[in-house]
Write a protein of this length. Structure first.
Length: 277
């Protein structure tokens, strides 16, 4: 049975959506219904932003499926024109804050190991299990401090023995890194954190971009499924959590829609386009 309730209000002027687990299935598929819905929104003049934790090297499939829209990558750290493969703006994590992050997390997370995204490249410690980017850096360094010498998009921290869940890690790290960094995650079962410069998040960047269009939260809608979406779900006046997403989503989202396998986002967009401008 669908969890989607009637959609009311005016047609939005901007849509910000997460990718994985929201409009992209976990095996990398985007449904035809989803493509049609976003295309219709674009043709109606609505600004489309694909807001993701992904680095830009993982945006090729979005370009293959959509010939419009703009990317907000690395959890808000980069504004990216994926059509023309051009970095438009970045909000980076200073080397000093990276080093302080490493120092503090080594104290609160057992057997923690790190990776970092610097200059569009992925660097990792040898003990860091790289489940997706192993081909980019298949050797690694003994300590991540060896490669922290430039501003970064984000850091990744993994609990080496998986004795802490991502939620438990996020709770400990958020307390340890107050005023130093923004901490989040996008997979509850992976014992993995994603860490950005202090104040950088999907919601913070989306609000900046909306303002440049002369828009406010009242003009925007957002969709997401995990803690790295909390900020943009809470910011937008209308936001939808995926029914199969993180259990805390409804603390931040205003509404809920069906799971991504059931085209939950497409269903909402279809209804939004029926609303008056």
């Amino acid at each position: 049975m669908s969890v989607l309730k009637p959609v009311t209000g005016k047609r939005p002027k901007l849509i910000g959506t997460d990718l994985d687990g929201t409009i992209v299935a976990h095996y990398g598929f985007i449904s035809e219904r989803t493509k049609i819905a976003f295309t219709a929104a674009h043709e109606a003049g609505i600004h489309i932003y694909f807001v993701t934790g992904r680095p830009i090297r993982w945006m090729s499939e979005i370009k293959e499926n959509f010939n419009f829209g703009t990317g907000i990558c690395a959890n808000g750290a980069m504004l990216y024109d994926f059509i023309n493969q051009k970095i438009l703006e970045q909000w980076l994590f200073s080397p000093e804050s990276q080093l302080e992050t490493v120092k503090r997390l080594r104290e609160v997370i057992p057997l923690v190991n790190f990776a970092v995204e610097i200059d569009e490249q992925f660097h990792r410690e040898k003990d860091y299990l790289a489940r997706w980017d192993i081909g980019i850096d298949n050797v690694g360094v003994n300590k991540i401090e060896e490669v922290i010498n430039k501003p970064a998009l984000k850091m990744l921290a993994r609990c080496g023995d998986a004795s802490m869940s991502s939620d438990e890690m996020m709770s400990a790290a958020t307390k340890a890194l107050v005023g130093i960094a923004t901490v989040t995650h996008s997979n509850s079962t992976d014992s993995l954190l994603e860490i950005s410069a202090d104040g950088v998040s999907k919601g913070a960047t989306l609000s900046k971009i909306a303002a440049r269009h002369g828009l406010t939260a009242e003009d925007c809608v957002t969709f997401g499924d995990n803690p790295n979406d909390f900020s943009m779900l809470s910011w937008a006046s209308r936001s939808w959590a995926m029914a199969d997403g993180h259990p805390d989503l409804m603390k931040y989202a205003k509404f809920q829609t069906d799971a991504h396998q059931e085209d939950g986002v497409a269903k909402v967009i279809e209804r939004l386009l029926e609303l008056p401008e």
